[in-house]
Write a protein that binds this ligand. Sequence first.
Ligand code: PRP
Ligand code: URA
Length: 209
Amino acid sequence: MGKIHVLDHPLIQHKLSLIRDKETGSKEFRELVEELALLMAYEVTRDLPLKEVEIETPVAKAKAKVISGKKLGIIPILRAGLGMVDGMLKLIPAAKVGHIGLYRDPETLEPVEYYCKLPYDVEERELIVIDPMLATGGSASAAIDFIKQRGAKSIKLMCLIAAPEGIERVRRDHQDVDIYVAAVDKCLNEHGYIVPGLGDAGDRLFGTK
Ligand code: PRP
Ligand code: URA
């Protein structure tokens, strides 16, 4: 069963509170989401394997550690996941970025796919699927299905806020996927919004609606 990591670093919690506030406008919201993604990327990459190499400092030869192993891939779920890409790329600039376009049908709450473009070598990469919100879990679960169908073998999911229902759904559908979140909220409301959550992440990022 995939592990749940709740990232309770004070900087993450502080910035999360700022984006929850309905008075926070799009410009600040966007900056904070980027910063949160960067801080969370630090934790999500904590278990990357290292190897020892020989280097020469200005003073002496030394053994030093560098990241080894698989290459990374970041997969934002459009639209709102886009807001997290630049923050992650600041820490892992060599990562390739794939995109999955999904929107949640407001009546059925089922995800509808409209775009999918992934790095050609997803099967060789450690992939991090990113989306600010994990509500029913339908979008994240479908996105993970798509990338598994294209051969992906190593996948993590990183979201800012999750509902217990979404965590349960992804854990049930994808037992091999670890989930990283900054908060697990109380529940979903009758429209499938996370309570208390932060409202519609895509609309708040892009100033729509
Ligand atoms: C939001 C969010 C997730 C999805 C979560 O996207 O960014 O992708 O809802 O809900 P779920 O867990 O119940 O599937 P939305 O469908 O509003 O699309 P958008 O990013 O284009 O605004
Ligand atoms: N999508 C959002 O943007 N917010 C929610 O609370 C749930 C789904």
